[in-house]
Design a protein around this ligand. Structure first.
Ligand code: PLP
Length: 855
């Protein structure tokens, strides 16, 4: 045929009775409400799969006749009504705020900035853990009815689609999204036109269109530069998530931080809490400083005011995860900013400086521009305190302001629908609202073992079915033979799910050590190839296209999977995304994670697995450091203890692989196959139940966001307001005071005047007299204190008691005299130390100045 081919898509008209499907398709409530997903799927399963579970695309392509017939189908209409009443009920509710307390005022608003958001496979603007966490954070904010808005970028191409060839060579393909198909809509301005914001980049102003996404109660706004009025180059800024070079990276981050802040302002929103979720968003700090300095506030006071209301969360201890830009780039992109503020470049560069590095570090900027900071697990909080210690150089990491909030996952999103009825029956109606209360989960023990096991087997069968389909597709595309396919799928039988199935799925970054399992192939073979106790391993995950070592790991797994002895027992499934993730975490028996300690900041996939009744086998790192519980008779999973830090890489891998094999050999495999008359292992079921009951209440995102509210959001709203009150009186005060203290500090000296006693009778007081050379400061500017405790305790240990010294006069040399009569509360050997640090009642953290002097 010849001539031009014109394309047209004919969209159906929704019958009146089905009109509200449109509303359901435009609210990400569907991303966690399983009945809503089921409703769409029931209209046409093939179309539901073909549109990748995307309700909006689904409605555009549905068949008109089918829709009309459905509009007359009482069963469907009944289901639709149930879904709509749940939807309306959810949106009419104030949320769970009443459960957790609502410490906010009517004008409070939390703005949550992140470079990626992962809600559902139908909105592909996420790459992995960070995005899923951000999505879950928004979902919980909605569930809890928080005053909350998300801010991000709308990428035309999200993360890549992954296919694997027969050698495990990863192919990355990128596809443009059709925004018409996404659950997003343009934000309109007062005149009814599309809202735009402008952001200055060197030599031009880039325009961005503002979109919005509804996530239950909350809104997410997304910026997009794909506009006719932008140059071809600038249109590409929001083209691809984590694509491109340093230039596109800095431009994306400027758009997110600066553009996002302007978009909120244009919408008439005035957030009182700003959450910088990972350093990518930290430029929002500069934009807000610009606003305040433009209003007449000195720079240092503006920084204090901005920081008071800002929360920063760091998500990785791996250096590559911390963005940095050359100073030249920063000078170039922010020269107009410096000019407008009347600042020299050095002042700006100092905000992102890190000792020994010449680059401008986004984590450093985020830390200097916030007064509420956290890592994402207890271990990671400690590691981050250490990484960031340069910001508070005289403070020991254990005492510096870096705190932690352990991650959690959104239970309705990741709990398999098969569990809901059973949970309701045994945990009681309203169990979801009580999900953070451990007692609520005691009922798990009451679920009859046979019922529990039957749900587990159903979930595994469903997973095996999906794996069969995926492996078949993969195999056919790679032109494998049918006989080979049969061998590959020998153990993947949904009709016979009685095989111990172990899952490993995550980003293939080297520190995750996906290939550790293959450290000793002979041992592995002995473990998993026993005829009566077969083991199936399912691997999935993507490696960033620029990460060659990560892709090498995929090839290595593929290579091992091809060995005759492992064929069919080790499978590598391509295209890891939220859909595959939900099936894997729900269907496997064991979730394996063996990162290099302490590089796994938190990890969340193991939490998803645990709440579905899978057992974790993991290195004691990230969240598992808190989640693993061997205190009772029955443990809730298995732990690989990290080897001592002095061992080298080779020894470490060998030792930890040995632990892994031993746990598989002595515990996992025998426990699973200790099957009783009913065909399952009672011991296994007991562990799985303990896993749910001990992990679900703690590692859900409602607990997490509740902690953010208590530790950070509520205090940030409060101090932000306090710093700003009356033309920023407190912010100005604190800034001036800090400058004075910093200038004087190098001359501050401590001198002990009394003769230290070595022995003391219990009940008597030890007299301590200290002369403090304040170098121009006044006694009110500092705290002098003694710390006392058992030998070996260090600062930051709660067992050390702190006693303030009082200023009781002056010495003849002009020093301030501080004294204390200390009466120890314990007998035996004790140690005490004395220190001085700047103190001001308006400080947000007592050690935020980073200054401290020990005697
Ligand atoms: C949960 C999840 C992750 C994060 O899992 P980790 O355990 O942190 O690696 C990544 N990708 C997808 C699709 C997920 O669902």
């Amino acid at each position: 045929m010849t001539g031009t081919v014109y394309q047209i898509e004919v969209n159906p008209q929704l019958p009146e009775r089905l009109e509200r499907l449109e509303e359901l398709a435009n609210n990400l409530w569907y991303s966690w409400d399983r009945p809503t997903q089921g409703l769409f799927a029931s209209l046409s399963h093939p179309l539901w799969e073909a549109t990748s579970h995307n309700p909006k695309a689904f409605l555009k392509r549905a068949d008109q006749k089918r829709l009309e017939a459905t509009a007359e189908n009482p069963v469907f209409l009944g289901a639709l009504n149930r879904v709509l009443s749940a939807y309306d009920g959810y949106h009419a509710m104030p949320g769970l705020a009443h459960v957790h307390g609502q410490p906010f005022r009517a004008d409070d608003l939390i703005a949550y900035f992140c470079a990626e958001f992962g809600f559902h496979e139908s909105l592909p603007i996420y790459s992995g853990g960070l995005g899923i966490l951000a999505g879950d954070h928004c979902k919980a904010a909605s569930d809890m009815g928080l005053p909350f808005i998300g801010v991000g970028l709308l990428y035309r191409q999200g993360y890549f689609s992954q296919t694997l060839d027969a050698d495990g060579q990863q192919q990355a393909t990128y596809a443009d999204s059709d925004f018409d198909d996404l659950p997003v809509s343009p934000v309109l301005n007062a005149e009814g036109g599309e809202l735009r914001i402008g952001v200055e980049l060197p030599g031009r102003t880039v325009q961005a269109k503002v979109w919005e996404v509804r996530v239950g109660h909350v809104r997410l706004i997304l910026l997009d530069t794909w506009l006719a009025e932008n140059s071809a180059f600038d249109r590409e800024i929001t083209h691809r998530l984590y694509g491109g070079d340093k230039t596109s990276r800095i431009e994306q981050e400027i758009l997110l931080g600066v553009g996002g802040t302007r978009a909120l302002a244009k919408l008439g929103l005035r957030p009182t809490v700003w959450h910088v979720n990972e350093g990518h968003a930290a430029f929002l700090i500069l934009e807000r400083i610009r606003g305040l300095v433009g209003g007449g506030l000195p720079f240092a006071a503006a920084l204090e005011a901005v920081a008071a209301g800002t929360v920063f969360t760091t998500h990785t201890p791996v250096p590559a995860g911390h963005d940095h830009f050359s100073e030249d780039m920063i000078r170039q992109y922010f020269s107009a900013w410096c000019q407008e503020l009347g600042l020299d470049a050095a002042t700006l560069l100092a905000l992102g400086a890190q000792p020994g590095k010449s680059d401008f570090n986004m984590t450093a900027l985020a830390l200097r521009g916030s007064r509420h900071h956290n890592g994402v697990s207890r271990i990671h909080g400690g590691v981050s305190a250490n990484i960031c210690r340069y910001l508070w150089p005289q403070i020991q990491p254990a005492e510096n302001p870096m705190d932690y909030v352990t991650n959690g996952v959104h239970l309705p999103t990741f709990l398999a629908p098969e569990w809901f009825d059973t949970f309701e029956r045994y945990l009681g109606i309203g169990w979801q609202e009580r999900q953070t209360e451990p007692v609520n989960w005691r009922g798990i023990a009451e679920i009859p073992d046979a019922t529990f096991w039957s749900i587990r087997q159903q979930l595994k069968a469903k997973l095996l079915k999906l794996v069969r389909e995926r492996i078949r597709t993969q195999h056919q595309r790679n032109q494998g033979s049918p006989a080979h396919l049969d061998r590959l799928l020998k153990f993947v039988d949904p009709d016979n799910p009685n095989i111990l199935t172990i899952g490993f799925a995550r980003r293939f970054a080297t520190y995750k050590r996906a290939a550790l399992l293959f450290h000793d192939p002979r041992w592995l073979r002995e473990l998993i190839c026993q005829a009566d106790r077969p083991v199936l391993f399912l691997f999935a995950g993507k490696a960033h296209p620029a990460d060659q070592p990560g892709q090498e790991i995929i090839r290595r797994i593929a290579q091992m999977a091809r060995r005759p002895e492992f064929e069919g027992r080790i499978l590598l499934v391509e295209g890891y995304d939220l859909h595959l993730s939900r099936s894997l975490v729900a269907g496997v028996d064991v979730w394996l994670n063996n990162p290099i300690y302490p590089l796994e900041a938190s990890g969340t996939s193991g939490m998803k697995a645990a709440m579905n009744g899978a057992l974790n086998l993991s290195v004691l790192d990230g969240w598992w450091g808190e989640g693993y519980d061997d205190s009772g008779e029955i443990t809730n999973g298995w732990a690989i203890k990290p080897v001592p830090a002095h061992l080298d890489e080779v020894q470490r891998d060998a030792e930890e692989a040995r632990s892994l094999y031993e746990i598989l050999q002595d515990q996992v495999i025998p426990t699973y196959y200790r099957t009783g008359p009913m065909g399952y292992s009672a011991e296994w079921v007991a562990m799985a139940k303990r896993s749910i009951a001990s992990i679900a209440p703690r590692f859900n995102v409602t607990r997490m966001v509740g902690e953010y509210v208590r530790k950070f959001y509520a205090p940030a709203a409060e101090v932000g307001r306090r710093y700003a009150a009356g033309d920023f009186t407190v912010a100005r005060d604190v800034a001036r005071w800090k400058a004075r203290v910093r200038a004087a500090w190098p001359g501050v000296r401590l001198l002990r005047l009394d003769q230290p006693e070595r022995r003391l009778k219990f009940g008597n007081a030890l007299r301590i007299e200290i002369a403090v050379q304040l170098n121009g400061l006044v006694p009110g500017d500092v705290t002098v204190e003694a710390l006392i405790g058992r030998p070996g305790l260090s600062a930051g240990n709660g067992k050390l008691r702190r006693y303030p010294l009082q200023c009781t006069g002056g010495t003849q040399h002009g020093e301030a005299l501080y004294t204390l009569d200390l009466t120890p509360e314990q007998c035996g050997r004790l140690e005490y130390r004395i220190r001085v640090f700047p103190a001001h009642t308006a400080l947000i953290h007592p050690f935020e100045t980073g200054l401290m002097l020990w005697l």
